[in-house]
Design a protein around this ligand. Structure first.
Ligand code: AHR
Length: 504
């Protein structure tokens, strides 16, 4: 029998990073593939509610406790005419949808989506089209959504049966505008100017809006990170966030290297923080720019639109079957966001249903949880409170692209109101268990509530409609001795150690 690896960790209630903004557990629904049609909306489905939304999907989304959902894209938004999706359904146009080469029926639009987010106890993060459209359309959409009444667009919303304004607070100014693939793609100067002018007009209508400018589509873009610097030079005073997008894959089938990819995410965040702070210094500004990681996930198996036949309604696109190793990397990504809680204030997993998603559905049939559902669920449920600065000493390994990769990836969150301390931990080792010893002596009187573990002997195991074989159990062995949390983290596992102050 091999000896377990040993790692130590130290957390102290006075050594804090920041309070978690719950919006880091956000998600994303784009008019793409079966995310909307056959995903959240399917009027003929046996569980459909009075508005045509699938109740089985609503239940799963509620389980995840998703605080904010980005909509309607993604690449889709850059060709979208939002007016197509309002008013009587039978009068809405069917359109060629150029981003994903599909047909958009417009059966679901702004009002339907806002109503659905309320059903799942969430709120909308609305993206405006800065590809084919611009300032005026963004202003009209804002007026339609948020103005109480007595103007053309707000009265039209009321005439469409929606008396109360949607009060959407967070708005994305376009999507991935640096990408050649983006409809209406722009240079950094062109986009920066347009984003700044659009932001200014939107703020004239409501100064309290929170606005997100587009950062680079990914770190491999030739203009990264000069794009961010230029865009922020234009928009620094007018926006609150710059966006980041990252998708990771394992096409080389090299698990140790794949599991280390959250280190790249960490480097990405540090680079953007440095870029924001550079522009802040140049502008002699008091304002700190925050980060919105509004697209992240594992995505590599179904990247391209492989359909032979174009122009279908809700074709199967980007339906990624996730396995245990994907869930472990998603866990590491969530831990990384928590470690940057002082600057990363929003993050949206991309996406929520069917399209690179934690929730899958059969059109007309079942819905189920993919492996990545679980780290996301646990972080969203238990990762609320103050993030503590983790001091970690872990054995390390080298992989094809990374040096000094710690086997242990971990962070702790203290929820003062509930008097709960939660340690999230991934053991990246594919061979050995890891013995964790976490000094938490500043949490006197705390006891282990449960130690949840997501593990499976087969790293490639995944879930299907028939069988959810990768599911967490609560048979982890964590215990507290004299303020030290001792736990064995099985090889290739995601762990959630929940502690609570014992009743006096
Ligand atoms: O999430 C899928 C796509 O990935 C989005 O439409 C786009 O923004 C990104 O490239």
């Amino acid at each position: 029998m091999t000896q377990p690896l040993k790692a130590t960790m130290f957390v102290d209630r006075r050594m804090t990073i920041a309070e978690v903004d719950k919006r880091i557990y956000g998600n994303f629904i784009e008019h793409l593939g079966r995310a909307v049609y056959g995903g959240i909306y399917e009027p003929d489905h046996p569980t459909a509610d009075e508005d045509g939304f699938r109740r089985d999907v609503i239940e799963l989304v509620r389980e995840l406790d998703v605080p904010i959902i980005r909509y309607p894209g993604g690449n889709f938004v850059s060709g979208y005419r939002w007016e197509d999706g309002i008013g009587p359904r039978d009068q809405r146009p069917r359109r060629l949808e150029l981003a994903w080469k599909s047909i958009e029926t417009n059966a679901v639009g702004t009002n339907e989506f806002a109503a659905w987010t309320r059903k799942v106890n969430s709120e909308v993060m609305m993206a405006v089209n800065l590809g084919t459209r611009g300032i005026e359309d963004a202003a009209n959409l804002l007026e339609y959504c948020n103005h109480p009444g007595g103007t053309y667009w707000s009265d039209l919303r009321i005439a469409h049966g929606v008396k109360e304004p949607h009060r959407i607070k967070t708005w994305c100014l376009g999507n991935e505008m640096d990408g050649q693939w983006q409809i209406g793609h722009k240079t950094a100067d062109e986009y920066g100017r347009l984003a700044q002018e659009t932001a200014n007009v939107m703020r004239m209508m409501d100064p309290a809006l929170e606005l997100v400018a587009c950062g680079s589509s990914n770190t491999r873009m030739p203009s990264f990170p000069q794009w961010e610097a230029t865009v922020l030079e234009h928009t620094y005073d007018s926006v609150d966030y710059i966006s980041l997008h990252s998708y990771f894959g394992n096409s080389q089938n090299d698990a140790p290297n794949f599991l280390a990819k959250s280190l790249e995410l960490d480097r990405f965040i540090r680079t953007i923080v440095a870029t924001c702070d550079f522009v802040q210094a140049k502008k002699r500004s008091k304002k700190k720019m925050m980060l919105s990681f509004d697209e992240y996930n594992v995505w590599y198996r179904n990247r391209a639109n492989k359909l032979k036949e174009r122009w279908q309604v809700a074709p199967e696109l980007l339906e990624e079957p996730y396995n245990l190793e994907d869930a472990l990397l998603v866990g590491c990504m969530l831990i990384t966001f928590l470690k940057h809680a002082d600057r990363v204030k929003m993050a949206c997993m991309a996406q929520l249903v069917n399209v690179i998603a934690p929730i899958m559905t059969e059109t007309g049939g079942r819905a189920w949880r993919q492996t990545i559902f679980y780290p996301y669920l646990h972080a969203s449920r238990y990762g609320r409170g103050i993030v503590l600065q983790p001091v970690v000493d872990s054995p390390k390994y080298d992989s094809a692209e990374f040096s000094d990769v710690p086997y242990l990836e971990s962070v702790a969150v203290f929820n003062e109101d509930a008097e709960e301390l939660t340690i999230f931990a991934v053991n990246r080792s594919l061979e050995d268990a890891l013995q964790l010893s976490c000094d938490a002596r500043s949490f006197a009187g705390f006891r282990v509530l449960e130690h949840l573990v997501l593990e499976h002997p087969d790293l490639k195991a995944g879930n299907t409609a028939e069988r959810e074989s990768v599911m967490p159990h609560n048979r982890g062995d964590a215990q507290v001795r004299d303020g030290i949390v001792e736990a064995q983290l099985p090889k290739q596992s995601w762990n959630v150690i929940r502690l609570k102050k014992a009743e006096a």
